[in-house]
Each structure stands twice: as structure tokens, then as C-alpha cells.
Ligand binder design. Structure first.
Ligand code: ADP
Length: 159
């Protein structure tokens, strides 16, 4: 079985992430969305909330599941017998960090292949951080995130 792992912070999941998830589901027998627990990013949603939003958003995708991981990603990927790390590439500015990370992961485990997928162009400027910022300022994010996320953002920022 060909398994791909899509890791990230997902704080919160957006339609850009979902675009990558749907594309990955067509390439792999199974896709595991791996929400990072160790994170220097100080997420606004806790790990359970981030997983719950994803779970809810992928309910119609039969070969996709959500999980979380701590520690080194390459160790988690090999534990799951996965072949590949899936990452999304949006704009050129993503490239440098993603390139560094992919090379580091390759030097840690040369068996695992990092694969980059491009989302639909309508999502190339979408990020979780811009969603958090717009939602904090009471802007409308309904076309950019699943309903469960929009509602959680409204509750968090007291709309
Ligand atoms: P991380 O902290 O690992 O960067 P993110 O949740 O921000 O976690 O992103 C996870 C992955 O999803 C990254 O590869 C990122 O480039 C990708 N991604 C984020 N937003 C989008 C988007 N709008 N379109 C495509 N890929 C995206």
C-alpha cells in the first residue's frame, strides 16, 4: 500500500490545505494528515481542535485520515511505513524553507521522498496566518475555510 504523510500545523485548516489533500488522495492509497504537536509557532487552536476541524472537513474522503505526531517527522513517516512526505508549494517565497527542510529530511532518511504539490491558483496566496489575521479583524473568511473553522474563529474572536 502506498502511503503519503501530509504534515503541518493546520492552525487552522484552509481550503488550500484541502486542495492538497484531495490531490494527494488521488496519488496514494492512503494519506495521513499529521498535525504537528511540537511547534514553535504557538498555535491559536490546540491539537484536539485542529484535528477535529480536519476530521470534519475530510469526512467524504475515504482514503484520508488524520493523526498527530511529536518529534522528528522522518521517524513518524517510517513508523507509518509511508513512502512520501507531501508538502504544498504556493509561491516562490515558500521554496527556500521547503527546500531546506526537504534536504534535511533526506539527509536524516534517504528512503523518504518529499513531494511538492501545487494548489489551485485561487489558493496560492492563502495561509492559516492570513486567515487568523482577517478573522481577528472580523473579516469574512467563509470562502476560504470550512464552515466548522469559520464558526470556531468567530467564537474565538467574539464576532
Ligand atoms: P507548517 O507549519 O508545517 O508550514 P502549515 O499548516 O502552515 O504548516 O502548512 C502545511 C503545508 O501545507 C505546507 O507544505 C504548506 O506549504 C502547505 N499549505 C499551506 N497553505 C496552503 C495553500 N493555500 N495551498 C497549498 N498548500 C498550502
Amino acid at each position: 500500500m502506498k502511503i503519503g504523510v501530509y504534515p503541518g500545523t493546520f492552525d487552522p485548516i484552509t481550503f488550500g490545505h484541502l486542495d492538497i489533500i484531495v490531490r494527494s488522495g488521488k496519488l496514494f492509497d492512503k494519506v495521513i494528515i499529521a498535525v504537528a504537536e511540537d511547534n514553535t509557532k504557538n498555535p491559536i487552536f490546540n491539537i484536539e481542535e485542529r484535528k477535529q476541524f480536519i476530521e470534519h472537513s475530510i469526512s467524504d474522503l475515504k482514503n484520508v485520515e488524520v493523526s498527530s505526531f511529536k518529534g522528528l517527522l522522518v521517524n513518524y513517516v517510517s513508523e507509518k511505513n509511508a513512502l512520501s512526505i507531501i508538502r504544498g508549494l504556493r509561491v516562490l517565497s515558500d521554496f527556500e524553507d521547503e527546500f531546506k527542510m526537504a534536504l534535511m529530511n533526506r539527509s536524516l532518511n534517504d528512503e523518504i521522498v518529499t513531494m511538492f504539490l501545487m494548489p489551485h491558483e485561487k489558493y496560492t496566496h492563502l495561509s492559516s496566518s492570513i486567515i487568523r489575521e482577517v478573522a481577528r479583524l472580523q473579516g469574512d473568511v467563509s470562502t476560504l475555510v470550512p464552515k466548522i473553522v469559520r464558526e470556531a474563529l468567530e467564537t474565538k474572536f467574539n464576532k
